[in-house]
Write a protein that binds this ligand. Structure first.
Ligand code: AN0
Ligand code: CP
Length: 314
């Protein structure tokens, strides 16, 4: 693995999950392999978990970390090829990525979609520019269309909590007040499709995901029917793919304890941050069936496994 941009960079996701579960037992086993290696974390958007877990993961491996919020601390970056740069953006990604790559041994990049131009977002122009001009391995910290570090932690958490070999996993859309990326949902579906899983996606027709990512998942428009017999219920909002970026906010889709009554005592998942009583009701958030904190905790071990795998290839 050179870059970690999507599950396609992983030769066997289940082997990587097993390695992360193993690493969790002894997180300091490789505390010297990152000596004199620097990880650059480049944020175009806010982050709590990704920033802290990836930083801690690097520290556990003996690396140093340089973190930067591009939109506050740096020059505004132009990405368009051939742009006449006589407006607000002072520096081109070609120079900026090359310079960052010269200071760091690998670069993590967080850059959300515009949610206004689908073609541009789905071309993953920005993160690909870091790959092209950065000349060092690039880690996706959530790009325009994918969030593989999250999905890796999700898969690890399911593996740790499953009670049957092939649990029924249901990803349900839930309402939100803002227009959110499809990245977490696309990426979760992509990872689930890459392993032997039983995935159902339930959402209103207005917010159907791109079939490129939904893949072979069962699509069920009726949320109650989808949730029947579920072992894991993964809740997430995303904006419309077809009417690109449009918010859809049907409050009847909020997940509460009552919604989970016909599941197989399902474990509840969400990537966080979550808006309580909009996306998930307090009674479900605070129920013993929630494994949301476990999911967040596993972001550390999965990030560490990714860094370790990349360091071993440097
Ligand atoms: C982001 C999203 O939905 O992609 C980040 C989730 C990890 N969520 C928000 O912006 C609330
Ligand atoms: N789940 C997740 O990626 O959280 P942050 O946006 O806080 O990093």
């Amino acid at each position: 693995m050179n870059n970690f941009l999507s599950v396609e960079d992983v030769s066997d996701p289940m082997i990587l999950v097993k390695a992360a579960i193993n690493l969790k037992k002894d997180p300091y086993a490789d505390s010297a392999i990152g000596k004199n290696k620097v990880l650059g974390l480049i944020f175009f958007n806010p982050s709590l978990r990704t920033r802290m877990s990836t930083t801690r993961a690097a520290l556990n491996l003996g690396m140093q970390v340089i973190s930067m919020n591009v939109t506050q601390d740096s020059w505004q970056l132009e990405t368009a090829d051939g742009a006449i740069m006589d407006q607000g953006k002072a520096e081109h990604i070609k120079e900026a990525a090359a310079v960052m790559g010269s200071y760091c041994d690998m670069l993590g990049v967080r850059s959300f979609p515009t949610l206004t131009n689908r073609e541009e977002d789905y071309s993953e122009e920005l993160i690909n520019a870091f790959v092209q001009y950065g000349s060092v391995p690039v880690i996706n910290l959530e790009s325009a269309t994918l969030h593989p570090l999250q999905s890796f932690a999700d898969l690890m958490t399911i593996e740790e909590h499953k009670r049957v070999e092939k649990p029924k996993i249901v990803m349900t859309w839930a309402p939100h007040i803002k227009s959110l990326p499809q990245s977490v949902a696309n990426s979760f579906a992509q990872w689930m499709n890459a392993v032997d899983s039983d995935l159902t996606i339930t959402c209103p027709k207005e917010v159907e995901l791109s079939p490129d990512f939904a893949g072979k998942a069962v699509i069920e428009k009726d949320q109650d029917r989808a949730l029947e017999g579920a072992d894991f219920v993964y809740v997430k909002n995303w904006s419309s793919y077809n009417d690109y970026g449009r918010i859809y906010d049907d409050e009847s889709w909020t997940v509460s304890i009552d919604k989970l009554k016909n599941t197989n005592n399902a474990k509840l998942m969400h990537c966080l941050p979550v808006r309580r009583n909009v996306v998930i009701a307090d009674d479900a958030m605070d129920s013993p069936n929630s494994i949301i904190q476990n999911q967040a905790e596993n972001r550390l071990f999965t990030a560490q496994q990714v860094l370790k795998t990349i360091i071993n290839k440097l």
